[in-house]
Write a protein that binds this ligand. Structure first.
Ligand code: CS2
Length: 485
């Protein structure tokens, strides 16, 4: 299929925004919106300086070698592709543990021309308790940043140090825009930054509380990790670019309009600027990400590799539809003009995109950080209304089984999660389903007490766990229809 090509031809923008977390998602989402903005303004004031904090130094080197020009291949179904060249990133930095580029990054963040700092550092990059959002002060990176605040390791530590420098120099604060998949992500980021600043200087913490805006945002685009096969596909289209990214054609960005120091005229680039992001964020987390996690754990246990493979199976699509209809949708304050049924149909279509090889293992990682907002807050709302939670309970059961590190046919998989050691210890200690499930639900970093103590929830998870492990996935799915539930 012949690709449509959109070259980048604008002048160099000046740097107006710093981004922490130069991963594939940033390059395929925010940078694409900025590229449109820069094309309209022939450069302008909102060029990006984007940094990797802890990982992937090689990518930064490769980006620099190419003057930060790279390609985004946006795939619709059946290999229809649009190839965009992106030159929105003016500078790429690696502020890794050895301190390389850290000073440049902090200097950049302290410049008066930088008015926004954005983040995609994944849920765990904030070092907040997944269950209640408090700062984990004994997490190694945070403990380090409390002891040595001027050479920070964590994203919150970098924000605090840069804000301290601005405060000392009388430069107005930047606005902090979190672009990670967390509920109330701006509020959570604010809490991390202010809590950390308080360990350093109460007056600085107060200044941040009074003068820094932390708008919330909802980000949406499926961006699988690049594989060798993806690079080969691009090479066949004449794109020899080790920094290229592949993603779906769909993209959405909803941002709370609270930028006291100014912002790009994003609304003309397709960004939805709104007063309240929460309805969009909750809908996306519970519907899209909730479905993703169901597929990730159940699919991996069944030996399935990708999202699009999983949704070729009727039983999985049935599960997703049921979960969305009975367990997610009834908990949502739907954004104006949103038809939830159409939204659900669109999600199934997006999951079925056969041009993407979105690995279930990628989604399965960091479950401890993802479960609360994807499943657990919705389950609590459903239980409060005496509603259905069977699909969610099956998801939790599948996640517990997944954390054992092998599937139902005993094929091993890595368990990539900050709490992986805790999970391994629980599996080593408990061999009876009842004690194992109880021990997992007692992990209060993940499960709020009220939910874990609700017998309707715990017995549904235990029942699903038994069915899954004793009779298999098909039985567990069929069991959802059983009259007792
Ligand atoms: C996925 C998300 O890896 C995951 O956990 O559920 O990255 C998902 O693809 C994006 O949120 C889509 O916007």
């Amino acid at each position: 299929m012949t690709p449509t090509r959109i070259p980048s031809e604008h002048a160099e923008p000046s740097i107006g925004m710093v981004h922490l977390g130069l991963g594939a998602f940033h390059r395929a989402h925010q940078a694409v919106y900025l590229e449109r903005n820069q094309a309209r303004h022939d450069g302008g004031a909102w060029g990006l300086c984007s940094a990797n904090l802890r990982s992937n130094r090689r990518l930064v080197e490769l980006m620099r070698e190419r003057g930060q020009r790279y390609h985004v291949a946006e795939y619709a179904n059946h290999e229809q592709v649009m190839l965009r060249e992106i030159a929105a990133i003016r500078e790429a930095l690696y502020a890794g543990p050895d301190g390389e580029d850290l000073e440049t990054l902090l200097t950049r963040m302290s410049e008066p021309g930088v008015r926004i700092v954005t983040l995609t550092v994944t849920e765990k990059g904030y070092h907040l308790s997944p269950a209640d959002g408090h700062l984990i002060t004994d997490a190694p990176a945070i403990a380090h940043d409390i002891a040595e605040p001027t050479a920070p390791h964590s994203a919150p530590g970098m924000l605090v140090e840069a804000l301290a420098r601005r405060h000392a120099a009388g430069i107005p604060a930047f606005t902090v825009l979190c672009c990670d998949n967390m509920p109330d992500n701006g509020t959570r980021t604010r809490r991390a930054v202010i809590d950390l600043a308080r360990h350093r200087d109460e007056r600085l913490a107060e200044w941040i509380a009074d003068s820094v805006a932390f708008p919330c945002s909802m980000v949406d685009r499926i961006v699988p990790a690049m594989s060798e096969a993806d690079f080969e596909r691009l090479a066949a289209l004449g794109i020899d670019d080790p920094t290229a990214v592949v993603c779906e054609a769909f993209s959405q960005w909803v941002v709370e309009d609270d930028f006291p120091q100014g912002r790009p005229d994003w609304e003309d680039d397709g960004v939805q600027m709104v007063a309240d992001v929460a309805p969009f964020e909750t809908m996306k987390l519970r519907m899209l990400n909730g479905c993703h996690s169901l597929l990730a754990y159940l699919g991996t246990l069944a030996g399935i590799e990708t999202v699009s493979d999983a949704v070729t199976r009727h039983a999985f699509v049935g599960l997703l539809r049921r979960y969305m209809r009975d367990e997610a949708a009834p908990t949502l304050a739907t954004p104006a003009d949103t038809d939830l049924e159409a939204y659900a149909d669109r999600l199934i279509e997006r999951f079925a995109n056969d041009s993407l090889h979105h690995r279930l293992q990628q989604i399965a990682m960091d479950g401890s950080q993802k479960l609360p907002q994807r499943w657990l807050s919705g389950a609590q709302t459903r239980l409060d209304a005496d509603g259905e939670i069977g699909c969610t309970a099956l998801g939790v059961a599948a996640w517990i089984r997944y954390t054992a590190g092998n599937d139902l046919a005993n094929e091993n998989h890595p368990v990539d999660d900050p709490m992986a050691e805790t999970f391994a210890a629980l599996h080593a200690e408990h061999h009876e389903p009842a004690t194992l499930v109880t021990a997992f639900l007692a992990l209060d970093a993940i499960f709020p007490r009220e939910l874990a103590d609700d017998a309707r929830f715990s017995s549904a998870v235990l029942h699903a766990y038994r069915t899954l492990t004793e009779r298999g996935i098909t039985a567990a799915l069929t069991d959802l229809d059983a009259p007792t539930r």
